[in-house]
Design a binder for this molecule. Sequence first.
Ligand code: PEP
Ligand code: MN
Length: 351
Amino acid sequence: MIIPLHPRLSEAQERELTEVAAEFNVRIQPIHGAERSIYAILGDETVQELITRIEGLPYIERIDRIQSPFKLMAKESKLSKHQIAVGKRMIPGDFCVIAGQCTIDPKNKNFFLETSHAVKEAGADMIRGGVWKPRTSPHSFQGDARCLEFLLEAREQTGLQINTEVMDFEQARICIDAKVDCLQIGARSALNYRLLQEVGRLTKGTDIRVLLKRGMHMGPVSEFILAGEYIVAQGNPNIMLCPRGTMPPLEGYRNHPDESITPLLKEKTWAPVVVDPSHSVGKAVFVPHASLAAAAYGADGILIETHCQPKKGVGDDPKQAVTPDMLGHIIRECREIHSRVQKISKVAQGA
Ligand code: PEP
Ligand code: MN
């Protein structure tokens, strides 16, 4: 729906608008009210070039689109019933937990294996472990490619699936060759559209999942969903959206917690939402609260940094990893909350 700047377009303006529309095989239908006129677009209004051309006309205030700008991520798309397996959980539906160390320490393989067994014991469905790390400072530990072997060993020993972050094409290819079950695209890469496309393309037709973090400077939820659309458009629908806090931070937290966008995402897209409470609040003592809040907001799961001995960890682990014992408590409470949320959602939707 096109809203003009002034109550009504002049004849010349309406003619120009109609000509632009004709270039894109759509028509313009004026709707004249007593005070104002608005102009409907009849035809496919998802074509961005058409929208940009109309928005560029100086006498147009804005366009309110009726059709979703997401072709594949939209709740009404042909993927609307798509579910993703995380271990034995199917999401949306079940509540899944991806847990493990922020960073795998190349000098401490045993810590990682111990953590992996412990998260399994606590009820996690997938192990996380950072091999390559995006660090704010180039002088911080950047991860170590050799740690991929430890991650594969943890899968072998526990039977759990594994998740790790990839930052470039080469890392993506290495992980795909190693059949890593879930590739994480981090907050810093969430707007790297070439990487999103390449990961989507390389994982097409496989059952490799992609966990896409929300960029820390992302604005409207549509920007996040469209980033996901880049992956799905290349042929991999096994995508999870992961709010992880945005900038600027809420004083005292690492970021501004954003688990509350979960219902907004779910209103617009079928893609499951797996919240990262660890990077959101950034302090182990707050993580249980943020985890339960995520479940209460209707998340389909959490990605949670856990370490068998957080104080001896590297990367974010000394600050934000919870212990496996705490993880067990969080998982039990979250699963309880998740089932209650499913009941209340049905009531809210009038089912
Ligand atoms: C991480 O998961 O350890 C990480 C670096 O996450 P983010 O991209 O959200 O900062
Ligand atoms: Mn981390």
